[in-house]
Design a protein around this ligand. Structure first.
Ligand code: PHE
Length: 463
């Protein structure tokens, strides 16, 4: 397909897809979701969702992308099911919503890099004032969207691949180093047991719902990002082993981010773990204090590099988020790639303004909506996250599996997977994937979606 480009080889695809998966979802939202969800009970649910339910959805998305070589909306049409392109459009819409708030948080991470570069460790205590300073954080967010658009305009192989190759491994090494450090801190064991020893009495429907949303969000699933990336994959590649690698890399990264965070929270709160459930500010309030305890020179070096690498991890994710609508208008509407990139990036930046304002600056957006049955109002940014991560993505995952199993048919899915994976037919992997796509994903994801949707937005608890 002239002009669409493709990854230069299998490794290029895997790294780019892992780059899409690994991002703020692992290091920013995973720890705060664990904190808010009562610790290890959340972790257990998260692992179950990732490996048992999300993995088959990931294989399916990549297979649909590679089969059709198209964007999510075009893909369903090309398989002969025009009506299903609405599912692709749902995914594209989810991508818009996610990128609009994700870019704001990425701007915070980038801003923290600058602050820590100047040794401003106090920023952890001033997080609320920082997010309220909309001109400052707005400028960081703008720089970030600009960088994203620039890379996407360079095409898949040139920009996306190269950036992922060096930065991801560096970030992993850095976090592992911080894990070792945080395990030496006072009260580390209290933090660790909060994270690793489950208290199943904390396992409510809403904890399960957020674990499901977090799993989809973190693996970049349910919206077609991997259909789009899959469209650039070669026919000789093994989709199942690629998906296994991406899942393991993503879950592994989230897991070690938790190992890094909770001992630090325990240390900074004298073992009370108070504030572990504070939400979106968790890494931003906790980490600067921990970096400061490394001493001023080392603290600046480690702290600033950490947030710089986090910004890069976010960048390989924002790039994949922007690539989805761009591929759509390039494929379907015949718009030139460059023009599509800048127009859509600008539009999503504007859509992100309410999220930017909803962290203290504007009362209206900060207390945007009070769900039925809820005590406190939800900010616009949290609302956007509830709509996208906890609702649209799991729904998308459920519908994608229904599509693959019953509309496109499991036989065709298997044929696509078989290419690049010769021993697939008749294997245990095939049996499991087919069982998951036909029965497990549609029912479990469908039921969970309905239950959490009713509970989150309407306070109706059927469970
Ligand atoms: N998975 C990314 C992260 O964890 C976010 C993302 C979601 C990217 C959906 C693409 C699609 O940061």
């Amino acid at each position: 397909m002239a002009g669409r480009g493709s990854f230069s080889n299998k490794l290029g695809f895997i790294l780019a897809a892992a780059g899409s998966a690994v991002g703020l979802g692992n290091i920013w939202s995973f720890p705060f979701e664990v904190g808010a969800g009562g610790g290890a009970a959340f972790l257990v649910m998260y692992l179950i969702f990732c490996f048992i339910l999300c993995f088959p959805v990931m294989v399916t998305e990549i297979a649909i992308g590679r089969k059709t070589q198209l964007n999510p909306a075009g893909a369903y049409k090309a398989l002969g099911f025009k009506k299903w392109s609405i599912l692709g459009l749902q995914g594209i819409f989810s991508g818009f919503v996610i990128l609009s708030f994700y870019n704001v948080v990425a701007g915070w991470a980038f801003g923290y890099f600058i602050e820590l570069l100047f040794g401003h460790f106090e920023i952890g205590k001033q997080f609320g004032d920082f997010t309220k300073d909309v001109f400052k954080v707005g400028s960081y967010a703008m720089v970030f969207m600009f960088a994203t658009a620039f890379i996407v305009s360079k095409g898949v192989a040139g920009g996306i691949e190269k950036a992922s190759k060096i930065l991801m491994p560096t970030l992993i090494i850095m976090i592992l180093g911080l894990v070792v450090y945080s395990l030496t801190l006072d009260n580390a064991m209290i933090g660790l047991s909060f994270y690793l020893v489950p208290d199943f009495s904390k396992l409510t429907l809403s904890v399960m719902g957020s674990a499901m949303g977090q799993a989809f969000f973190s693996l970049s699933l349910g919206m077609g990002a991997l259909i789009t990336y899959g469209s650039y994959v070669g026919k000789g590649d093994n989709i199942v082993s690629s998906a296994a690698f991406i899942t393991l890399a993503d879950v592994g990264m989230a897991f070690i981010a938790g190992l890094m965070m909770f001992p630090m929270v325990a240390y900074l709160t004298d073992g009370t773990m108070e504030g572990a459930g504070q939400g979106a500010g968790l890494i931003f309030t906790v980490l600067p204090g921990a970096f400061e305890s490394l001493g001023s020179t080392l603290g600046v070096i480690i702290g600033a590099s950490f947030f710089l690498l986090l910004s890069f991890a976010a960048l390989t994710s924002t790039v994949s988020l922007l690539e989805v609508p761009v591929a759509y208008v390039v494929d379907e509407k015949g718009v030139r790639r460059n023009r599509a990139v800048w127009l859509i990036a600008g539009l999503i930046f504007v859509i992100g303004i309410p999220s930017l304002l909803s962290n203290g600056y504007s009362g209206f957006f900060t207390n945007f909506i009070t769900y039925i049955g809820a005590e406190n109002p939800t900010s616009f940014m949290d609302f956007a996250q509830n709509v996208a991560n906890d609702t649209l993505l799991p729904l998308g995952g459920c519908l994608i599996s229904i599509f693959a199993a019953y509309i496109w048919k499991t036989k065709n899915l298997n044929e696509e997977i078989e290419q690049g994976y010769p021993g697939y037919t008749g294997s245990f992997v095939q049996k499991y994937l087919n069982f998951a796509v036909m029965f497990l994903c549609p029912t479990v994801l469908g039921i969970m979606f309905l239950l959490t949707f009713l509970q989150t937005f309407f306070g109706i608890n059927l469970f």
